[in-house]
Design a protein around this ligand. Sequence first.
Ligand code: MTE
Ligand code: MO
Length: 402
Amino acid sequence: MTPSPPPSRSSRSPLPDGLPIPSEDDFTSRLRSPAVAARVGLWLGISFGVCFLTGLISHYAQNGNQPIPFPASPFWGYRVTQGLHVISGTAAIPLLLVKLWAVYPRLFQSMPWGNVRAMAVTGLERLSIAVLVAGGVFMLLTGLLNTAQWYPWSFSFRPTHYAVAWVTIGALVVHIAVKLPVIRDALTGDVEDTTHDRPSAVETGALSRRGLLRTTWAATGIAVLATAGSTVPFLRNVSVLAVRTGDGPQGVPINRSARAAQVTMEEGGAGWTLDVVNGEGVATSWSRSDLEQLTQRTETLPIACVEGWSASAEWTGVRLRDLLDAAGVPTGTDLRMVSLQKRYAFGVTELQGNFADADKTLVALKLNGEDLSLDHGYPARLIAPNRPGVLQTKWLTSVEVI
Ligand SMILES: Nc1nc2c(c(=O)[nH]1)N[C@H]1C(S)=C(S)[C@@H](COP(=O)(O)O)O[C@H]1N2
Ligand SMILES: [Mo]
């Protein structure tokens, strides 16, 4: 079959000739086919879906207002959902690039000028695609930079990433609904099928369609393997691009150091106490050696950082509930965990009653058998099960009843 010559541009669009805007028919590779786009799109859709759901979980877990309390068990739950969030987001990057490449010629599709209804439908569909592409690129880019802890923007990451996620998923649902007949056809048919191809998409190149797909799956696999070690322990040595290797002091990475938080060893020194404060004032006050005299517990719990790494460790200290009992704080009480840190976010966090009461929730004094280093939160830190790392408050100095 020989392709029919593309119609002259002026007959299809009111744009003047000579503008350097290509026409859809200028793209001739038969790899840019719905048969390819649908297969890559399927996995991209799955990645976006997993990313969205795990993102909702993470957002909820960090929310101060929880109509249904986020559960304190299983202790590894948040580590898994956050790991999946980062892995699916990473996988989506090569998938999105190939998908955009495969459908790129559609950007230059001519409008059905003259037919108002058809123009409105096409216009709306294109608007939804524009939102989807912009939103998808925004989500993956901000997510990736977040794992690199690089914030070259002035907006606040979490609310923005969260809001754009809804917009992007909305546009994705519209896109899938509009394309469903083509998607179904493409996925049930052979990958070489040309039914839905543009007439000009006939040129073969260095890669076959199967070759392109295999390359795409390989690139996706490499992207995941190169980074997943920041959260999957046995991949640590293959993950050459992992932002966190898991080899921080005392076997756990550090997100914000004492120096960055402007907390000094003097503040955590002889004069330091951990106070439990209720409505009437300081109910109890313990020095570090007081805490060491109390019953010590050891729990294996992960730090699962919202910025994409996680690491399990053995924490030893006093069960928080024991301290609350001593101070006469009833079960189910929400608390404010206050640290020595005066500047920047996360110096103060909220701990829901069900977390405060959980058996595994500790005021940790030791990490992997040694006294906490200052960077890990000396003299005492919170460590609770199934909790975002950002809320595992270091350098604790008081626990206040809300
Ligand atoms: N006071 C205080 N606690 C904090 C933070 C902080 O900035 N200030 N960072 C949190 C974040 S984002 C993480 S991931 C964990 C990391 O704990 P680590 O440094 O012991 O690994 O501490 C949390 N506790
Ligand atoms: Mo974190």
